[in-house]
Design a binder for this molecule. Structure first.
Ligand code: TXA
Ligand code: MG
Length: 323
């Protein structure tokens, strides 16, 4: 494995490796992706091996244009409005696969739908050069915290990938929001880097949120996920001695001065800044060796919905499978 910065040569090298069935870690605006050619079954199988990911958990595919998406899926009018408004960006749509679409069934876990998004920046350049979609889950061992820097990818998966493109820290810091349109109903399958309110403002529709969504719609949504080694304690207003503190805003937790270590997701209570810092700060506090990471309350609005989703998965009992 080598880690290289991003210039024209790096993009060409990544596209060439991917065309040969390689695994390349690529920066996107959300998190680093562990990418392989979505039409090459052997390459896709390497993603599952490298991550230790269960095979029933389908992967998101990434395209560089709407025309490329249309080679693989049918796009209904409401999905098209979302695409027009939010692509490229942190929004994934689950869409019906076209018959004979050359996506390998490992990508979809045998479903008749495909999760698709168009990333910003260098990822889109690599896809355009390859001229095929890339299957890319987050570049981390399954169940662990997603990587938002090239160094985090190297620490976790370095020996298992052919190349890491270093595009610096990911600006959004949370995985994409996943939705599925059914007529005039938009279901939120995973809150993420695009706030649900933005979709609601565009469409005038309230997103459908269901407790059952994980089991039925997104088969890979495991309850325990993003797990640091330390135990996580959420909505903390009073710290116990020895705990590390993940603060938010003008930190008000009692006993904060006794925290073993202290990081603030956003002193000015900015949820975008908090999202961008979340995974990196969880990792840093975990690396201190603290037994417990106490997290201050995060408002459940805007990107706070996705932040709270990731925190509750990080705090869930370990080894638990699908809800
Ligand atoms: O931001 C992101 O979305 C990152 C970056 C790398 O693009 N990618 C990412 O991919 O998070 P991945 O493969 O880890 O996300 C998979 C999620 C799982 O929860 C899975 O269940 C859901 O997408 N999913 C994939 N295909 C699906 C489908 N056909 N129907 C419903 N859910 C699907
Ligand atoms: Mg992931």
């Amino acid at each position: 494995m080598v880690s290289i910065g991003i210039d024209g040569e790096a993009v060409a090298r990544a596209a060439r490796l991917l065309g040969e069935g390689g695994l390349v870690a690529i920066p996107t605006e959300t998190v680093y992706g562990l990418a392989a050619d979505a039409t090459n079954g052997q390459a896709v199988a390497r993603i599952f091996e490298a991550k230790g990911r269960p095979r029933f958990n389908p992967l998101i595919c990434h395209v560089s244009s709407v025309a490329m998406a249309e080679r693989f899926v049918d796009i209904d009018p409401l999905s098209r409005r979302l695409i027009d408004a939010f692509w490229p960006g942190p929004l994934t749509l689950v869409l019906p696969l076209k018959e004979n679409a050359p996506v390998h069934p490992l990508v979809t876990a045998g479903l008749s739908t495909l999760a698709l998004r168009m990333p910003r920046g260098v990822a889109a350049e690599v896809i355009a050069m390859l001229d095929r979609p890339l299957a890319a889950p987050s570049a981390n061992t399954s169940g662990r915290i997603s990587a938002t820097t090239a160094q985090a990818v190297a620490d976790d998966l370095g020996s298992k990938v052919d190349l890491i493109l270093d595009g610096g820290p990911c600006p959004v810091g949370l995985e994409s929001t996943i939705v599925k349109v059914d007529g005039e109903i938009i279901s939120l399958l995973r809150p993420g880097g695009l706030a649900a309110e933005e979709i609601e403002a565009l469409t005038g529709l309230t997103l459908k949120r269901s407790d059952q969504r994980a089991a039925i719609e997104a088969p890979g949504m495991l309850a325990s996920h993003y797990a640091p080694r330390a135990a996580m304690r959420l909505d903390v207003r009073e710290l116990n001695p020895g705990e590390a503190l993940l603060a938010f805003g003008p930190s008000r937790a009692k006993g904060a001065e006794n925290a073993s270590h202290h990081l603030n997701l956003s002193e000015k209570s900015d949820l975008r800044e908090a999202a961008a810092n979340l995974f990196d700060y969880m990792k840093r506090l975990d690396a201190t060796g603290a037994a417990i990471i106490a997290v201050e309350p995060i408002p459940h609005e805007g990107l706070g919905e996705a932040i709270n989703d990731r925190l509750s998965r990080a705090a869930a009992p370990r080894g638990q499978t699908i809800r």
